[in-house]
Ligand binder design. Sequence first.
Ligand SMILES: Nc1ncnc2c1ncn2[C@@H]1O[C@H](COP(=O)(O)OP(=O)(O)OP(=O)(O)O)[C@@H](O)[C@H]1O
Length: 862
Amino acid sequence: MERINESSILSDKENDIPDMINYEESDLNNSRIDQDVSYFPDANVSLESERDLNTTLNDTIQLKKNLGETFDQLTKPGQSEPGSFRLSVAEKIHEFEMKPPHTLPFDSFESESEPEAKNFSVYLRLRPTANSDNTIEILPKTTVAGKSVQKIRTHAPASSHSFKVARAGGSSTVKEFEFAEVFAQDASQQAVYERTVSPYINGVLAGESGLVFCYGITNAGKTYTVTGPDKTLTSESVNQSWGLLPRALKHLFELSGNNGTPYLSLHMSYFEIYNEKIFDLLSVETMTGRTAAHLKKSLHSISLHRVPSLADGLTFISQAKTNRRCATNSINKESSRSHAICQIQVLNESSNIKSNLWIVDLAGSERSKRTGGLRQQEAANINMSLMTLNQCLEGLRSSAGDKKNAVIPWRDSKLTRLFAAHWMGPYANRTSMVINVNPAASDFDETQHVLSYSSVARNIDTSSIPKEKAAPAVTVEYDNNGHRMVSGKPTLSQKIVNVIKKLSPHRFNASRKRKENSDDHDANSSDVFNFPVNHKKSRTELVKKDEKNAPHGSNSTDQKEINSLKMKVSVLEVENQMLKTQNNELQADVDQLRDQIESIEADVRDEVAEEMESQMRAMSQQYDDIIEKMKLQMEHLVSSGTVASASKLRPSRGEQKIVELTEQLEECEEEMQRMRKDQEDQIAVISAKFEEEVSKKDAELHSLREKLEKVLKGKYVNSFAIQIERSNETLVREEGGCSQGSSPSNPILLDDTQSTPDSLDVECEEIDEKNTQQTDIVCSPDPAFPLSRKNKNSVRHPFEELSSNSQSEQHSEVCWMKPNATLKQDPSTGFFLRPKGRKPKDAEYWDKNRGAWRLSVAMNDL
Ligand SMILES: Nc1ncnc2c1ncn2[C@@H]1O[C@H](COP(=O)(O)OP(=O)(O)OP(=O)(O)O)[C@@H](O)[C@H]1O
């Protein structure tokens, strides 16, 4: 095994620039130039030579201008038909521009045959577990848009926090995640290698870099996937437990040897990022024992070792594994406490083109509560850098979407700076992420977070990453002379350096060596990954700055205190960030659940309405059927005349009786009404007749009165009285128009006196002498007691006895009408009224039963 001294590696090329991230020469050229400027400070360049160089530059610009004009001449419009010179030149330029830098032009290692992926390839690997927890269900592979994809379903165990949250929110405890492929617990190391790393090997030999990293919580199988068990790395024969790294090495050796390419050499760097510091795992010091010497401040100082054979490569891997920081925690007795990065560099010695394959074993994300919390600083740094990695992934995804201005915090951790070097380069699409998962129920909650980030990574479209992301931050800085330096555009000093590099490499190198001799290797204090400086200083940098700015001689105990407080703050920040993420996820779940509830409510309402409607329709139909049935039954009964059976349809007897009685009652009422109407009609007719008669008699009486007055005034009184008497004898007055005898109803018989008009003034003495008959005035409307005249001079009342009980009464009964007495008649009833002003006599009364007045008037009373 040939071990290459790190300084020899770093300085054996003409343009001796550390090429850990060698694509930067093209893509991040300016930052490299910034660094170069530090090797060639402006102070060392005389003004004269600067003037000369400016002239050279102007000449070059003029030359370029002339070339442009010539090109325009040749490609002016009208010459752009297919096959024309203009088109072919344009095509060539386009082809040239699109071509990624450093692609090896030879055919033997043409890029992979697999379709060029635009997105990161994200795989899932489940590690075997002792217990039978079945939290992850692997679904069959499917093809989406021509690509094979595979999903898993996670089932939250009842003991998990996710389960409780899902239940509390009413959401599902099952979630789905999609991957390029899922490796089950029994998947072989070979199967994982073939899918994740193998496709990049050809490209790496052809000058195209690739990055594969394993991500997961502690004890999920990352180290196992990357390297496999230690003891298997001792032999060159492939062990089935070999991880990705030894397999990749073997594959590279096999391919480069088979293709007869002695000009290709393999080199390896292996380092770890521990507590945000870089440690070389293959430095000379680390070979003999861990000392502070293996702490490196930049990637440029990390050793790069030539790997002449597979055995040497396996030894390096084994060595690095030994040197890597591990610790025993409550979960994993050999838990990696750092991110381990292996860089296999393929150098084409004939063209000096380099390409890299990075295989990264990340430290496991963890909760200090679960792992014991004794190594808080480690845990905080691990979580912090993983959090930054996640933020960068999220930023990349957003920047490929609509958030073009999303700030990607590359510089917040060393790990992300390294990854950014690849992701912002031309081969960002050649990235595989292997998610390692332990399906144990106890790991479920943390695994969910890991899986959610895998979804983010899967959705990064590397082709859509805006150019400004690839060369971020146009940063304004000032050089030592106060000249304004704008990264992205070469400053005058940079132009000078470039020209010197081109015109006189020897002079450039000499100047650089001078610089190296005068300065410590780390004196340039440039960033380890030589990225363009961003305005936005990272927190880590600020912390560093604070440390630098701390007053000299300050108490070291205070400093320790400050550091420990800072560490606590960073732990809390990480925890806080995790909680925020969790909170956001929960909020999203809540929103989703709210939507679900609303839609479920709407569905339920619709369902209930439909159900009710259908029930009502069914009921209505039932009633219709019953009615129809009864109608048919009735018709049948009627047509068959089956009384007996028809009687079944009758209502109960009581009801029938009620109906009958009600009908009778109604009939009675109708009859009564009819009778009443008849009576009223009759009464009306009788009344009319009576009135007519009365008016007639009134007229007669009137004439008689007139005559009587005349008689009284004259000598014909007697004869006239006799005449009255005679007429009285015959006068029968019938009530209601009935003639005496013809109708029994309401006869009213009037004797002679009665018929005498009440206003009749008679000379009683004279009459009395001639008419000594007793005269009772009786009126009787009652047909049951018709009055009759017993003789023509006397009308006997049925109560005649009353008025003729004694002689004295007999005497007194002999009543004589006062000559000037006035008897008035009620026109409506036809009764005679008691003479006005007269006091009633004992013989005078109203017989209720007969409805008649009996009047006995003693003439001598008057
Ligand atoms: N696919 C596998 N087959 C057999 N054993 C495995 C597999 N994956 C992991 N293991 C075993 O599980 C244990 C933990 O694995 P490993 O150390 O690789 O986890 P890790 O994710 O690297 O953990 P940490 O982040 O703490 O370093 C080891 O004993 C390892 O041998």
